[in-house]
Design a protein around this ligand. Structure first.
Ligand code: IPE
Ligand code: IPE
Ligand code: MG
Length: 239
């Protein structure tokens, strides 16, 4: 299943996914948009297993953005409940797989308390796992994250000459999260939609037309193959 050409010694350390296209997937089948979100669960778990199989250490998925509150209230409600039920149903399975669950996003703004409780339980349950860290970006916005970091730095009285990139990173939602190596966005949209702005400064970007509910580990492997063919220079010269 893992393509022979895939070099297991240079797998991206941190893969991030914008899980997009659920609504269109459902609409194409005459289903409610929310059924597309539900169908995305299988894609997510296949991607998690695939990432683990090739040795990805950090996988971050965009589940709900700070902008997604603009959607109809029923869809927002569905997404809140769906996240809660997914954690309730599947945290133990992720724990058995050795996966550490983390969340990135605004905690103290709009997310129902019971959802926050479920998130905390999943984090607590899996906190000692070291196989892979699955970060769920939930109520997440890249600009909100940077603003929240700056506010906290000011509140802590960080002196101007102490403000460095490293320092600011310590104030992000997940201070130990490394930069993203590979970003995958499904559904043919070519934009970041406010995802991990700081952490993606030098990421390789990969866009696929596959709609998220159709995404499987083979698509992840194809993305990693493409990533391995790229020449990452970080502003310098490789030759
Ligand atoms: C992504 O799928 C999931 C979330 C944003 C929560 P969409 O719901 O954006 O699906 P499309 O883009 O409308 O097809
Ligand atoms: C980005 O997708 C957010 C998530 C996948 C959770 P959107 O569907 O919300 O992004 P836009 O609106 O097309 O930019
Ligand atoms: Mg979308």
């Amino acid at each position: 299943m893992i393509p022979e050409a895939l070099d297991l010694s240079s797998v991206p350390n941190h893969v991030a996914c914008v899980m997009d296209g659920n609504g269109r997937w459902a609409q194409a089948r005459g289903l409610e948009r929310t059924e597309g979100h539900a169908a995305g669960e299988e894609a997510l778990f296949d991607a998690i297993e695939g990432a683990q199989a090739i040795g990805v250490k950090w996988l971050t998925v965009f589940a709900f953005s700070t902008e997604n509150w603009k959607r109809p209230p029923e869809e927002v409600k569905f997404l809140m409940n769906f996240n809660e039920s997914l954690l309730e149903r599947r945290s133990h399975e992720l724990n058995d797989m050795g996966i550490r669950i983390r969340f990135a996003g605004r905690r103290n703004w709009r997310v129902p308390k019971r959802v926050l409780r479920r998130m905390d339980e999943a984090v607590e349950l899996t906190k000692n796992n070291r196989e892979m860290t699955l970060t769920i970006a939930f109520n997440y916005g890249g600009r909100a994250e940077i603003i929240d970091a700056v506010k906290q730095m000011l509140e802590d009285g960080v002196a101007i000459d102490r403000i460095t990139e490293r320092k600011l990173e310590r104030y992000l939602y997940e201070p130990t999260m490394p930069d993203v190596d590979l970003l995958i966005r499904t559904s043919g949209e070519h934009r970041l939609s406010n995802f991990l702005l700081w952490q993606m400064a030098y990421s390789e970007l990969l866009f696929t037309d596959t709609l998220w509910p159709d995404f499987r580990r083979k698509h992840l492997y194809e993305a990693v193959l493409e990533y391995q063919a790229r020449d990452r220079r970080f502003g310098g010269l490789n030759r």
